[in-house]
Structures are given as C-alpha cells and as structure tokens.
Write a protein that binds this ligand. Structure first.
Ligand code: PEP
Ligand code: MG
Length: 747
C-alpha cells in the first residue's frame, strides 16, 4: 500500500513540475505503464458532444485523430456507466468497437476507469495488455485512485493543448474583453528576457553605468508610448503607465540588478534574475489582483531587455503588415499595444494572464476583443487568420469559410447592438411602465474612471479603496490618499460616489501588512473588524476622504463587513471625531452620509435597529451569497455550486428590501448580481432602485431595464420565490427574457 501511495505521489508531483499540457499527458500515460506493468495506457477526454477523443497514449498508434462517438465502445460504456470495466478479453465483449487506426488488435485485456470531476465524467483512462488477463485488484485500485487525481489535473490545465485535439482549430481561454474580432496574427515575443543566458562581465563599472542609462531611456520610451496612445486612452490607462514608472524607480529592483552585476554577471542576466525574483514574489501572493501584477513586472523586464537590444521607439520598429491585426503573445504589454496604430488593432490574444491582467483593462478601455490564458496555439504563424471571440473566451485559428461567414454575421449583429446601446448612453434606465432605476459603476483603479463615465454611469456605487492600497509597498499617506480620492470624486462631480473604507483581509491581502495564520480568513480579521483594530489607518482614510470631498460634496461612505451595532457606533464616532479635527484644522469638512454594506447574514436581523443610525444600505451580494451558501466564492472546486440566484439568497435579499422599505432607508446592490440580467429582473421586481456594476456591462443592463415592465418582472419574482431550485429560477427568468427578445443580453 505504501508503495502505491509513493508511486501516486511521485507521478502527480512530476506532472505538476511539467509546464506543457502535452508533456504532462505523455508523462501520465508513460508513468502508469511503468508503475503497473501494462503495455498500453490511453487517456481519453470528452468533447462538447460527449465523444471521447484520445489525448495521449503509450502503446496505441494515435498519429491521426482518434475519436470514439459518445456512448460507443468500451470507453463509452465506462463513461456512461460511470464505473470501471475490467476485462480479460476485450474483443469478446458485445460493446467492443474496433478502431483500425490504433492497431489495438495486438492487445487482449482492457481495464477502463472514469475521470470524474464535480460529478461529471471528463474522460476515461484505459490500460491494456497483450496477455488475456484481468488487471490485478491492487493495480485496479491504483488506477482508480490515480484517476481521481488526474481528473483534477486534466480539468485544470488552463488552456489545454487538448483543445487542438478536441476541435480542429478552436482554443479555449478566459474572457479578457468582450466582442468578436477577425484579423491576421501579429506574433510577439521576440525579446523574451527569460531566454537570456549568463555571461561574465569584465568591466563592472561600465555595466552598472549601462544599467542606469537603460533605466533612463526606458522611461523616455514609455513616455513616448503614452503619447502614441493618444490623450483620451492614455488618460484612462494612466494607472498602468504609472505602475511601470513606479517599477522603474523602485530602489530594491535597481539595487538588486546592480548587485547582480557586481557579482560578475552581464546586464541582461542581472536583469533576468532580478525580474524573476520580484515577479515570483507577486506570483506567490494569495490575492488574485496582486498575483496578476507579476505580469507587469515580467512585461517591464521584457521591455527593458527590448530597449537594451535597441528596439525602442527611437530605434528600429518592425514593419507592420496591412489590415486588421490580432496581437498574439505569451503576455501582451501596454507597450506592445501602443506600437499598433489604433485603427489596425482588431483583437488581443494572451497565451498567459487572467481577467485581472492590465492588458484586459486596456483591451476593455479600447473596446478590443481579448482572450486570455489560451496556453498554446499550435502551428500558428505570423499573418495567419484568427477569430477572437472575447464574449466566450475562445480563439479559432485557420477558420474555414463557413465559420468566417458565421462570425462576420455575429460582428454585424454586435455592431448593431453596440450602436443601439451607445444611443442609450444619456437616456435614463426606466422600465416600460415608468419605474426609474439608477445605474452606477464599480471602480477601484483610476484607469476605470473614464470607461465608467463613457458608459453613462450616474455615479460610482462602489469605489474599492483597497486597490490603491494594494498596488503600493507601504500604506499611502493621508495626503496621497486625498489625491487619489479627489481624482475620482471630481471626475464624478454632481454625481454620488460611494467610497468603501478599506476592506482587506479574506481574499484581499496587503503585501506589506499580511494577515497570516488564520484558518478561516473569510471568517476572520477583515473589513471593519480589521480597520477598527487599526484605528489609526481608518482615521487617516476617513480624514482623507472628507478632505478630498471638500467643495465637491458627492462623497458617501460605505462600511464593509458590518456584523454588529458596536461597529456602526464606533465608526460613526470616528467620523464625527475626524470632522471635528478637520474643522479645527481649518478644513471646512462636511459630514458625508454613511451606510453599511450588507454582506454578513447576521446583519439582516439587526437591520431594523441600524436603520436609525445609517443613511443607506448597499447589498454586497458576492459576500452575502458566499456566507449564506457557505461556499467560498474563490474556490474553483465549488464554483459551479455558487449562484447568487439561489433561493436562499433571493429570499434574504427580499427580506432586506422589505425591512429597508418599512424603515424608509434607501437600498442599493453593488455585487456581481447587478451585472447578471436574470438577477436584475428579480432585484428590480423586489424594489431595488439602484444597482452598481462594471462599466462594461452597464449599457446592457440599461437596455434590459428599458425593455421590461414592472408587473411582468413581479410576476416572475413571485413564481421564483416559490421555487426551491436555482435551475428552475433561471429557466423562469430566461423564458421571460426570451419572450421579450432579450436573449442576446444574456451573452
Ligand atoms: C460584495 O461582497 O458583494 C462586494 C461588492 O464586495 P467585494 O466583492 O469587494 O468583497
Ligand atoms: Mg464584499
């Protein structure tokens, strides 16, 4: 038994060390053959139609594409029965299906086990031997145990090379920016710092001098790129360029490179080692936003290397082909985007990266469809035609004429929809029967400000202040905070801005103030609990907010994660103290309105008591759903069970809305529910009249609100509140959306 566990651990560890999905799968099948002494091991993966596609095999001929139709053959039997099948003579089984291209007639025995994840059969693992004997019980147990772990690995390879097998030319990734683009591939990646090798440096002082000179010319280069983007866009992505500038002035990075040079290494190697070191620091962080920042450091490394090689803007630029271009790179930087004339940039494909990558922010700002985390695009050459579907996160290489025709039609429909949505920009969100809904935007980066304004947002419903705290290496001073907050408040002059006090802890950690050692961070020291215990931080933040609002007076303060009256009382006292202090200091401080974020279920039953003390309620449906359903919103293992239209969530939100109505306190909602058309129908029916969401979805939600009537929505809500199943609730609302020809909004 110990041997089995050791072998299992060895295989899964080795697989974890390999980067390429193709190599991972090869390693799996080879290791299994060696471990249990079989002649063949094959890994099949189900495609969207349930057919089993051979991904890798040790022993079978699999050069051509091997596909077993859904439910057919022994492999199909294992998948449909969700049960292992162990046979001495496969060919004599009635379900046996002979596939001549594999030449499997050489093998007699067959043992197949299903790969299951979240209750779904993802694929089948098969071993075979020449000799006609069943697999021994111990080997079968080994295979089943390994299959359980493999299912996880196979499902989690981010952008599977298997896509190339599952479909001819379709690769799955993650949505970066919505829309569809068709264009020629423009491949990046000539100057990869990671490919540099070490060399001895003979003149250390000269090399150090080169390093400082490199920093200077790179700064200038980035300034030129900022100009190349044009004022409008450069303003909306200023935060990204600021981040590059900040990194270029980062003393620890500058010192580390110098130290490496002084250790006898030439500049490119010193740069490679130092960039890698800092990138890894970020990559290891728990917070997804900060983790995504490691890409900025890698981009900057490549940028420095490119400039070092003399390919900066003042030098030689690669000749651009004509026509619409799709930028394709392992990572795409703002600099890469800046190098393409705006009229020519059709779309962006990043082999790595997430929705939180800066390139996704820029792509959204530019309106360029983008797909992230594609992994690989086998065989793709510069100039090849590509279709980028940013709506669902997929890329088609070498599309055929039928596919192209389909996508061209979709682009036409999309342009029409965009045109219609744009025309609503200055129209109110008002239902067919005259109910007015206020649509606000969620932001946290200065880069998000102008998309919010352009989308027609009537204010900021949630300004996440932790983001300016997260992208630094120490707490920002009160004056620094005043600057950032004032930029947001003045951009939205005359419109309300709901600023949330620092909500760190849980999934949002500060690199310079990590909260460690908590077994249950989501239930731990976060939100108002953390800031009341670090009251000096809260005081300077509140002072900064009030100072920033001077003369603009559109500030509202939101308090996150409130679960007790004590927290509200303490916060109100602190706000009074802050205003008194500021008045004494000669700052004409106006006390802003204060509200709570309703995120903790315990808050609901206390709401009546709090209504006398607060000016408004904002429902944080992300956390409220997570705590009501006891489902970690960031855990992919349970992600498919997390749904904010769950009956329990709907009933509790309905309760909150009723209490708020009785107590005459305004209620809004700022979680992801506000971006989900089905949820919006139900929320408006409940009586929520203010919703806050990302700028990208706001026009669609406005269209939705303008296309429904309150009695119709109330009828659906009434029936939804009688349902005990999420699927049934979604079907009810989707039926209504279909009937109103709003299906397009759901995608
Ligand atoms: C929420 O919990 O719904 C919310 C908006 O806050 P965050 O997602 O920042 O926790
Ligand atoms: Mg929250």
């Amino acid at each position: 038994m110990d041997k089995v566990i050791l072998e299992l651990t060895r295989i899964t560890q080795q697989v974890g060390l390999v980067d390429s999905p193709a190599e991972q799968m090869r390693l799996i099948v080879d290791s299994i053959c060696e471990a249990i002494h079989v002649d063949v091991c094959s890994l099949y993966r189900a495609n969207a139609d349930g057919d089993m596609v051979l991904l890798a095999s040790h022993g079978l001929d699999s050069d051509g594409k091997v596909l077993i139709p859904a439910g057919r053959g022994l492999v199909g039997l294992v998948a449909t029965s969700r049960h292992p099948l162990n046979l001495a003579e496969a060919a004599s089984h009635e379900e046996y299906l002979y596939l001549p291209q594999t030449r499997e007639e050489r093998y007699s025995s067959f043992c197949g086990v299903p790969l299951v994840q979240h209750g779904e059969v993802l694929g089948v693992l098969v071993v075979q031997r020449v000799e006609p004997s069943k697999l021994e019980p111990e080997a079968k147990a080994f295979l089943m145990t390994l299959a359980a772990q493999l299912a996880f690995i196979v499902a989690n390879i981010p952008a599977l090379e298997q896509c190339a097998l599952l479909s001819d030319r379709q690769s799955k990734g993650i949505r970066g920016a919505p829309g569809i683009a068709i264009g020629s591939a423009y491949l990046l990646g000539g100057s990869e710092l990671q490919t540099v090798s070490d060399r001895r440096c003979d003149n250390i002082e000269l090399e150090v001098h080169h390093w400082h000179h490199l920093l200077e010319i790179t700064r200038e280069d980035i300034r030129l790129e900022r100009c190349a983007l044009g004022e409008d866009l450069a303003g909306s992505v200023a935060g990204i360029f600021d981040a590059y500038d900040m990194l270029l002035a980062d003393q620890p990075l500058i010192d580390q490179v110098e130290q490496e040079i002084r250790g006898g290494h030439w500049l490119p190697w010193a740069l490679r080692v130092s960039i890698q070191y800092f990138a890894e620091l970020f990559r290891a962080m728990d917070d997804p936003y900060l983790r995504a920042r490691h890409e900025d450091i890698l981009h900057l490394g490549n940028k420095l290397y490119e400039v070092w090689r003399g390919r900066h803007l003042t030098g030689k630029i690669r000749q651009l082909p004509d026509g619409p271009l799709v930028l394709v790179g392992r990572q795409v930087s703002v600099s890469d985007i800046a190098a393409i004339p705006q009229g020519q940039l059709a779309g962006i494909v990043c082999l790595e990266g997430s929705t939180l990558s800066h390139v996704a922010v820029v792509a959204n700002a530019l309106g360029a469809p983008a797909v992230m985390g594609v992994g690989t695009l086998p065989g793709l050459q510069d100039g090849d035609l590509l279709v980028v579907d940013g709506n669902v996160g997929q890329v088609f290489t070498h599309p055929g004429s039928v596919l192209l025709q389909e996508f061209r039609q979709l682009i036409e429909q999309q342009d029409l929809l965009r045109h219609q949505l744009d025309s609503l920009r200055d129209e109110p969100a008002i239902t067919l029967d005259g109910t007015r809904v206020t649509l606000l935007t969620n932001t946290g980066l200065l880069a998000d400000i102008s998309p919010g304004l352009k989308s027609g947002a009537e204010g900021v419903g949630l300004y996440r202040t932790e983001i300016p705290f997260m992208i630094r290496d120490s707490f920002p001073t009160e004056d620094e905070q005043v600057q950032v907050y004032r930029a947001v408040l003045s951009a939205y002059q005359g419109k309300p801005v709901y600023m949330r006090t620092l909500d760190i802890g849980g999934d949002k950690q500060l690199p310079y103030f990590p909260v460690r050692g908590e077994e249950n961070p989501a239930l731990g020291w976060r939100g108002i609990r953390f800031t009341l215990d670090n009251i000096q931080l809260l005081m300077s933040q509140v002072r900064a907010m009030v100072r920033a609002a001077e003369g603009i007076d559109n500030l509202r303060i939101l308090v996150p994660m409130v679960s007790s009256t004590y927290e509200i009382d303490r916060f109100r006292q602190l706000l009074d103290d802050a205003c008194t202090q500021l008045l004494k200091e000669g700052c004409p401080a106006l006390r802003p309105q204060v509200g709570v974020m309703l995120e903790v279920p315990a808050a609901i039953s206390q709401l009546r008591f709090w209504c006398r003390k607060i000016d408004f309620i904002s429902i944080g449906s992300n956390d409220l759903s997570q705590y009501l359903l006891a489902l970690d919103r960031n855990n992919p293992q349970v992600g498919n069970r997390y749904d904010h239209v769950h009956p329990a969530v709907l009933h509790e939100i309905n309760r909150v809305v009723n209490i708020a109505r009785e107590c005459n306190v305004p209620v809004s909602l700022c979680g992801e529910m506000a971006s989900d058309p089905a949820a919006v129908v139900l929320l408006v029916a409940m009586g929520i009249r203010s919703l806050s969401m990302s700028a990208a979805v706001l026009p669609r939600i406005k269209w939705l609100v303008r296309s429904i009537s309150l009695p119709e929505a109330r009828d659906v809500l009434q029936r939804a509140l009688e349902c005990d199943d999420v699927g049934a609730i979604r079907s009810l609302v989707n039926e209504m959306l279909d009937a109103n020809e709003l299906t397009a909004l759901v995608h």
